[in-house]
Design a protein around this ligand. Structure first.
Ligand code: EPS
Length: 351
């Protein structure tokens, strides 16, 4: 069973996004400013849409923290949707408020609309869009920021960078690529890498398929909306074994690897080298110049629904990926080192 557990709730234009986290030790300092900075990072990046001008994501903590430190009890986080003010009637929970304002019936290819409408038997695709929207990644980042605070206590640090946007592999061309796509009413994806430093050895295991930390990280990153590829370390295609594998050497009584093609994971376990995770995000499927599709009501071919969206959200996605990896690392650390208090955890960790 997982040690660091949580659920999130909330629709894109509903009142708020909520999370309840369970499993953190007592005594962990909670820096709200840090959580808010992470939320701000997620809102940024060239190519974001109008929604990010409306929102100013900040967290409210309503349980589990007293005088700046965790109590060991469940922690509740709330991020308000500022845009709810404009959607109160449309997103009302009351049956008498039913309306077809903002309803839509033309599936966006590449989005959850079609499969979601069949699965949940919905004719108003708004009922699919609202929770499938990447808006929920805001509360996920807040949860990840709390996990990062635990990692920071153990000296584990994180960074990330965008390595490709569309066909542009050089940072100087990223904005140009996004501008071209915007002018064409199109969208663009890209690739990024996340790095965690000062990693402990032995998180994860080879003993069962579901205990490999590489598999857990891959799931956490792959299930971010629009992610299609996750890589750990160097993509091994085209390498010989003798070129790919990282030779070991000893210096000052410590064992190191000469290179880090493995990206810090061997045999489903962290090996003490930097953790390197890359991922590829597809272009966002909501297009100003819509693709061909079918209307769920008329069953006729038509053009896909368009509503306000981002041209490119790869930079924001790096923050989401960082924080999703933080969930897994926090969980594995608590599983391996345990402790009901931060002091107990630290004693076990540094022993
Ligand atoms: C997002 C909020 C959404 C979108 C975007 C991400 O807000 P709205 O739908 O009101 O514009 O901007 O989500 C998508 C493009 C999507 O397809 O899910 C956010 O907070 O990141």
């Amino acid at each position: 069973m997982n040690k660091f557990r949580f659920l999130t709730a909330g629709e894109s234009h509903g009142k708020c996004l909520t999370a309840i986290i369970e499993g953190l030790p007592a005594g962990l300092p909670i820096d709200i400013e840090f959580i808010n900075q992470e939320l701000q990072r997620r809102q940024q990046g060239y190519g974001r849409g109008q929604r990010m001008k409306i929102e100013n994501d900040t967290v409210e903590i309503t349980s589990g923290v007293r005088f700046g430190k965790t109590l060991g009890s469940p922690i509740t986080l709330v991020v308000k949707n500022q845009d709810f003010e404009n959607w109160q009637k449309i997103m009302s929970v009351a049956p008498e408020d039913i309306t077809d304002e903002k309803a839509f019936s033309t599936f966006r290819p590449g989005h959850a609309d079609y499969a979601g409408s069949v699965k949940y038997n919905q004719k108003d695709l708004r009922n699919i869009l609202e929770r499938s929207s990447a808006r929920k990644t805001a509360i996920e980042v807040a949860v990840g920021a709390v996990a990062k605070l635990l990692l920071k206590e153990l000296g584990i640090t994180c960074s990330s960078k965008v390595t490709q946007i569309g066909s542009a592999c050089c940072e100087e061309n990223f904005h140009g690529e996004i501008d071209i796509m915007k002018d064409q009413g199109d969208t663009v994806g890209g690739k990024f890498v996340v790095e965690y430093k000062n990693m402990p050895i032995g998180l994860g295991s080879y003993v069962h398929w579901d205990r490999g930390i590489d598999g857990r990280i891959a799931q956490a990153v792959m299930s971010i909306p629009a992610i299609k590829v996750v890589e750990i370390g160097t993509n091994p295609l085209g390498y010989k074994g003798s070129e790919y594998h990282d030779e070991l050497f000893i210096k000052d009584d410590k064992i190191h690897h000469k290179t880090n093609h493995a990206g810090g994971i061997e045999g489903g376990m962290t090996n003490g080298e930097d953790l390197l995770v890359s991922a590829v995000m597809k272009p966002i499927p909501t297009l100003r110049k819509p693709l061909k599709t079918v209307d769920i009501n008329t069953k006729e071919e038509t053009e896909a629904h368009f509503e306000r969206s981002d041209v490119c959200a790869v930079e924001a996605c790096t923050v989401v990926a960082e924080t999703r990896i933080a969930w897994i690392l926090a969980d594995e650390i608590l599983l391996k080192f345990g402790g009901d208090t931060l002091d107990e955890l630290k004693n076990n960790y540094y022993r």
